[in-house]
Structure formats: C-alpha cells, structure tokens
Write a protein that binds this ligand. Structure first.
Ligand code: GLC
Length: 557
C-alpha cells in the first residue's frame, strides 16, 4: 500500500525491495527552464543554451535532479518555440547542435538529467512539411496535416474553437480548403492518422535519444489525435464570458481520443528501448481520464502524466486534502504521482498566494508523495509582473486581451544579481524583469538565510537525505480545516508534515500516541523561528501564521 486517506493506525508499508532501483525520475525533482528567460550569453536580450550551461552550478547546488527545457528548436517564435520549423536542430537564437551537445555533456557532468520538450500535435506553418503540404491537394505530404473542404453551406468544416481564440480552421486560398489548428493559425495540427507522420515523429524522438537526452515533456499530448469524422464539439452550457473563447465548447471530439493511447504507448516503447529515459505528458484532464495515460503494466504509456491540480486549486486545506486524496485514489497501482506548482503558462506561485504562503507552497510541493516540478524563478518568489501594453508578447494574450490570462508575466527573465538587467543580459531583455529585481534576485537570496531560495535549498536537501520524503508512503491526516496534515513513512521512519494555509494561528494536533522527536524543517524564516519555537508551540498546541513544519515523530510508549 502506498497511500491512505485516513488517520487510522495499523499502517501497512511498502518498502521497495531494492531502494536503489527506484528510477531516478521517481525520487528526483524536475526543474523547468524557459530558455528565452534563463540566461543570455550573447547580448541579444534573449536567453540561450550557453547561458544555461553557465548556470549549471546554480542548478546543481539548488539540489534538483533534472532540467526540462521548453522548446529550443528552429522556430518563427510565433508561440515562442511551440511552433517548430525543424524538430532536429537548434534555433540560432539559442545556439546550435554543437552547443546543445556541450550543454548535455555539462549537464551530465553535474550529475543532472536533461529533458527536452517534444511538440507532436502541431508544427509551425514554416515547417517544410507544411510548406509542401499546402502546395497542392495531390502533394505527397497533403495528408500530413488535417485539410477539409468548407461545410456544405460554406464556412469552416466544424465548430471547433482554437485554444487561443477564434475558429480552429484556417482557409487556404491556394488549394481551396481549410486546415486545422488547435492553437495559432501558424501552428497547423499534424495528422496522426498518417503512418508517415508517426514514423517521422518517432525518428525525431530517436534523433534526440541517440544524442543522449534523458527524456521528454510531451506538449499537449491529449490533443494529439482527433475523432476521425471531426464532428462538432458540444456547447458548454456553463460557459462564462470571462473565460476563454475555447471554453464555449466541450472539447469532446478534438481531444482525449481513444486512439491517442496507442500513440502514447508507442512513444513509451521507444523510450524503454533506451535506458532510464522518462516521458512526461502535458495532459489537462480530470483524474479518471488523466490516470489512463499511465497505460497498463503490459502496455505502459507516459511515466508521469502531469498533474496540474496545485496550480488550479483553491488554496484551502479542506479543498487540497480532498484533491490530494482523489488524485491518489485515481492512480493505478503502478502509477507514480507527480505535482506541478508553476509553469510558463500559469500565474506565478507568489502572485497567486503571496510571499508568506509561497513558502508553505514550497514545503507542500517538496513533501507530497510524487515527483515535483519546479518552475524557474518560483524559488525566489517572483510575484506578479505587470507587463506594459507595448511589451506584451504572448500570442494568447494578444488575441484575447483583458481576460487576465497573459503568460508573459511568468516568463520574465531570471534576475541573477543586482547588476544591470539583473545579470540576465547586458542589454534590455525581451521582457521586463520583475520590478523588485534589485532586492529579489538569486545572489541576494543565496546569501540570506531567511530567503525563500534558502528554504527551497533546505527542503531539497532534506528530500534528498530522507527516503520517507523521496519515496515513502503517504497518509492524509484529518485536521482543522485550515491546516493540511499528512504523514510520510519509509522503513520505520515516520514524518509529519503540517501546513498552516492561513495567516492566523491554528491548532497543531499530533496524531494519537505520537510525539515529536525532531523538527526537520520550518517555513518560518530562521531569524523568526528560534530553535525553541516549536517546543513552545507544541506545548501551546499552536501553529504560527503561515507556518509549515516537517516533524519527525515517534510512537509514544
Ligand atoms: C502547451 C505549452 C504552451 C503552448 C501550447 C501550444 O500548452 O505549454 O506554452 O502555447 O502548448 O503548443
């Protein structure tokens, strides 16, 4: 047994027979690098591979295990790399293949893994495949994309709406047909019903696996194939006009099709033909449908179907407790959980929760059972960054302004120190820095024992040294509604994580017949939380405002 959602005693533990055989991606922590905004090395205001290489000491010392790079491939950058014009090369903005090989070698020398972003649902309209496909209806690559005649009365073939707003169909004058695009019109969807497309894309994965990459995050995997006859999607009766246009419809026929699972299994079979490679699927679906992407033991699919619930959830202990329990319960027996707290698509953690709760969020992310994914800049608590209208670059925001869904605010450059442009570049970066970069930067926080960065480091170190946190079982414990409590156990070691999700004092109750023998971590800055703090609080039965604790427990005799 790996998970229980009650506080009953008599816990049954699963201890892997050989803990060293737990795959690296189960005990490891993934760190997402958004290459445009990590480190510029050639004074063009945009981050690049050499820049990332120059910051590997930082990543290794932070204590993460793997780096996932958002797309680095040649691209017109209409969607900042998620519009790929060549799957097997590097965009000159970022470097070249030789530079990639150097980076990969350096990553491995630092004891880290490197994951790339695979974008199989769509290419750029500048990809030679699409350039060919659109030349004539008879072209050999015509059916590499999804072309259709207009609807009988004219207009688009069906009612599908692009995730970035407007119809999913673009009229193409040359051949008098529409093509499908789930995102921008410059991101035509590939036709995964074509065996040639499948072969070509498998070769892409091979190309990078052969170069030595340790795995992929697969972009919008649940979009990859569409219902064969492309029926209209049902209307969403609950649509709220404050939400994106896409939400007017339920994406019943355009996403999560049964055939997609065979494709996902094919990716996995290829990954498994190499050693120790991981596949992560970007899949935004409810638990029951998300769990299917693990596949079965006989025919596994992705190792980690991304779990975005910590991004989407209300920040409330009762809500989170239920979500964690439901997610854990939905997992297949062999499925390893994972947790994502931030990304290049979501609002910043500190913008959502504020500085004090961003510390509690760090503890939650790094102590839940499952692989955490940490997004660059969240470790120093970059908050809301207001992007002046003339500097907005995100195509989704430009197409649907005023919805508050802009993604640029989470893609601003990393401030490394207090020198010009935060040490990110020597020229004005492509997006502005966080306004408080002179104080909120990596160097400043690295020296400050009270900083969020120091807390992340401590928690990552603790996770690495503590099997109960890395691979142990988890039991949610009933507690006051405002406090989230769970136990982590491994081979006789029992930890209790207690998280006060409010700015008020809360009751701290230990499970029956247990006592605290050690405080392993606190979210409170050490200058506030003196060593005696927890003892006093425990005596008073109180948890300070915004306080999270990792405690080592023992059974009372
Ligand atoms: C994924 C990416 C996002 C991109 C979209 C289209 O959701 O995370 O940034 O815009 O796919 O490729």
């Amino acid at each position: 047994m790996t998970f229980r959602s009650s506080d009953e005693s008599g816990f049954v533990e699963r201890v892997p027979a050989d803990r060293w055989r737990v795959p690296w991606w189960e005990r490891g922590v993934i760190y997402q690098v958004y290459p445009r905004s990590f480190q510029d090395s050639n004074a063009d205001g945009i981050g690049d591979l050499a820049g990332i290489e120059s910051r590997l000491d930082y990543l290794a010392s932070l204590g993460v295990d793997a780096i996932w790079l958002s797309p680095i491939f040649p691209s017109p950058m209409a969607d900042f790399g998620y519009d790929v014009a060549d799957y097997c090369d590097v965009d000159p903005i970022f470097g070249d293949l030789a530079g990639f090989d150097r980076l990969l070698l350096a990553v491995h020398k630092h004891g880290l893994k490197l994951l790339l972003d695979f974008v199989p649902n769509h290419s750029s309209d500048q990809h030679p495949w699409f350039v060919e496909s659109r030349t004539s209806r008879e072209n050999a690559k015509r059916d590499w994309y999804i072309w259709r005649d207009p609807a009988p009365g004219g207009g688009p073939p069906n009612n599908w709406i692009s995730d970035f707003g407007g119809s999913s169909w673009q009229w193409d004058e040359t051949t008098g047909q529409y093509y499908l695009h789930a995102f921008l019109k410059s991101q035509p969807d590939l036709n995964w019903r074509s065996s040639e497309v499948r072969e070509a894309m498998m070769s892409v994965l091979k190309f990078w696996f052969d170069r030595g990459v340790d795995g992929f995050r697969i972009d919008v995997l649940w979009h990859i194939i569409k219902a064969e006859t492309l029926p209209d999607n049902p209307i969403n009766a609950d649509w709220d006009p404050c939400r994106t246009q896409r939400d007017q419809l339920i994406q019943l026929h355009s996403t999560d099709q049964p055939e997609a699972h065979a494709i996902s299994a094919e990716f996995r079979a290829l990954a498994d033909s190499y050693q120790d490679r991981v596949l992560i699927g970007e899949i935004a679906l409810p638990n029951d449908r998300l769990a299917r992407w693990y596949g079965t033991p006989a025919q596994p699919q992705v190792h980690l179907p991304f779990n975005f619930q910590l991004i989407e959830s209300e920040w409330d202990a009762a809500v989170l407790r239920l979500k964690i329990a439901n997610y854990e319960t939905s997992l297949p027996e062999f499925g390893w959980p994972n947790w994502v707290m931030g990304s290049h698509d979501a609002a910043r953690i500190a913008a959502r929760l504020g500085d004090a709760q961003a510390r509690v969020a760090a503890m939650l992310l790094l102590t839940l059972r499952g692989t955490p994914t940490l997004y660059q800049g969240d470790e120093i608590g970059i908050g809301e960054v207001v992007i002046p209208p003339d500097r907005v670059r995100d195509p989704q925001d430009l197409r649907q302004p005023n919805l508050g869904i802009g993604r640029d605010r989470s893609r601003t450059p990393i401030p490394w120190d207090a020198t010009a442009y935060g040490g990110f570049s020597t020229v004005d970066p492509w997006l502005p820095l966080n306004e408080d970069w002179r104080e909120r930067n990596i160097a400043a926080q690295a020296e400050d024992t009270d900083s969020l960065l120091t807390l992340y480091r401590r928690l990552l170190t603790l996770r690495r040294s503590c099997e109960a946190l890395a691979i142990g079982d988890m039991t949610l414990v009933g507690a006051a509604d405002e406090v989230l409590v769970y136990q982590r156990r491994y081979a006789g070691d029992g930890l209790l994580v207690v998280l006060n999700l409010t700015h008020e004092l809360q009751a701290l109750t230990l499970p029956n017949h247990t006592e605290v023998i050690e405080v392993l971590a606190s979210t409170l800055p050490p200058s506030i939380a003196k060593p005696t703090h927890w003892v006093l609080h425990q005596m008073e039965g109180l948890l300070a405002p915004d306080e999270g604790l990792v405690l080592r427990l023992k059974e009372k005799n």
